[in-house]
Design a protein around this ligand. Structure first.
Ligand SMILES: Cc1cc2nc3c(=O)[nH]c(=O)nc-3n(C[C@H](O)[C@H](O)[C@H](O)COP(=O)(O)O)c2cc1C
Ligand code: SF4
Ligand code: SF4
Length: 303
């Protein structure tokens, strides 16, 4: 029986939805699958898993036209994989973006693919999932729901390509996009100071959700000597995933720096998953998606 490992990176949860859909469809097709979230705490364990699995599906949120820093770190630390009966292990990369195959997003899998090839993999399929945007400006609600709704069809298409070891069509990567993607790595510096600047309000009840969720182990709950209450403290290892800010059940966290990065109305992934009472027509969607900045989403939704 084939044994597939899915390693995914998520901040605000949309890449988890993609990973779960991939897992569910593979299991329905008779494949044995393990799904693991890639975090600083889990990366050693997933490295060991890689050794015993036939193939790897890597799924990650796009950060500044790249994979998140933690994904690159993990890839660079992977052992080189042995060939199986003279064949390299198979891999697929699914990037999850808010904008789709536009601008320099087209180059967001280049570095991860290079790493996987270096580690002995044959990356046969690449795909770009589009999910509601968690960076700066929200995707309109109707469009967000349409993106969640189309996901099973998209996953099915990618998995058909992968099962046949065929590439799934994606946009050609231009030289300029590779260059901009390299510049995008400067985001790592911004992430450090972003994380350190996060402010905790009085509404924090010390539940510890943020500490256990942070992919970068950048949050520690510390007990105050005077009040005995626990509150999170932030280190300098933030990965800019925004998960703690959107996910805190008390909405107690706000950025001190780079405030523009966070959508003020939050990232209500559950609301995006609720089916609309009256599904949007293509014409409705086109009205919401006017202009060149939505090109990637229009193409993704086949509009
Ligand atoms: C720091 C950061 C940078 C981002 N950069 C991009 C980008 O370059 N292109 C894009 O289309 N979306 C970008 N996004 C949006 C996310 O890729 C997108 O919302 C994704 O669905 C988030 O996945 P998650 O919910 O699994 O964290 C960025 C998000 C963050 C937090
Ligand atoms: S900041 Fe939010 S998630 Fe973190 S401990 Fe406080 S209430 Fe819980
Ligand atoms: S501190 Fe918050 S934004 Fe930074 S990596 Fe951790 S969960 Fe993500």
């Amino acid at each position: 029986m084939e044994k597939t490992l899915i390693a995914y990176y998520t901040g605000s949860g949309s890449s988890r939805l993609v990973a779960q859909e991939v897992r569910d469809q593979l299991i329905a097709g008779g494949v044995s699958v393990e799904l693991h979230r890639l975090t600083k705490a889990s990366k050693e364990e997933i490295k060991r898993k890689v050794e015993v699995f036939n193939d790897l599906i890597l799924i990650y949120a796009v950060h500044a036209f790249n994979a998140p820093n933690l994904v690159y770190e993990w890839l660079s630390e992977l052992e080189e994989q042995p060939t199986l009966a003279g064949q390299r292990k198979k891999a697929m990369i699914i990037s999850v973006s808010g904008g789709g195959e536009i601008l320099s997003n087209t180059a967001c899998r280049v570095t991860a693919k290079r790493w996987l090839i270096k580690k002995g993999y044959n990356v046969v399929t690449e795909a770009m999932a589009v999910m509601p945007n968690n960076w700066m400006s929200p995707t309109p609600l109707g469009v967000s729901k349409a993106l969640v709704e189309i996901l099973p069809d998209k996953v099915n298409q990618w998995l058909v390509a992968y099962s046949q070891s065929k590439p799934y069509p994606f946009y050609q990567v231009k030289f300029v996009d590779r260059m901009i993607t390299r510049l995008g790595r400067l985001e790592v510096k911004g992430a450090r100071s972003f994380g350190k600047s996060i402010q905790v309000s009085e509404s924090c009840n010390g539940c510890g959700w943020c500490e256990s969720h942070c992919p970068a182990s950048n949050i520690k709950l510390v007990k105050s000597h005077s009040t005995e209450a626990s509150r999170p403290e932030f280190g300098k290892g933030c990965d800019f995933c925004l998960g703690c800010i959107y996910g805190c059940p008390q909405m107690a966290l706000t950025p001190g720096k780079y405030k523009f990065a966070v959508i003020k109305t939050g990232y209500p992934l559950e609301a995006y998953q609720h089916r609309p009472e009256k599904p949007m027509t293509d014409a409705d969607l086109m009205t919401l998606l006017k202009g060149p900045s939505w090109n990637g989403i229009r193409r993704y939704l086949d509009l």
